[in-house]
Design a protein around this ligand. Sequence first.
Ligand SMILES: [Zn+2]
Length: 68
Amino acid sequence: MTSTKVQYFEKIETTQHQNFVQNQGHCVLCRNVLELKHISQKDMNLIKEEAYCIECDVKTRAKFYTLN
Ligand SMILES: [Zn+2]
């Protein structure tokens, strides 16, 4: 049975994505693995990326990617 549910985030399949997560996915303060969130804002053609450290209770970045 095939699920037709759309998975919105944390679906990492390619090597490129895995490298990106390994490089970008650690807190600069405590080296803990960051929680990454990707929020799509389709009305504005934007993807918002947030990285959050649970240990430090700190949001380390919020980036916007434009969809072309
Ligand atoms: Zn941290």
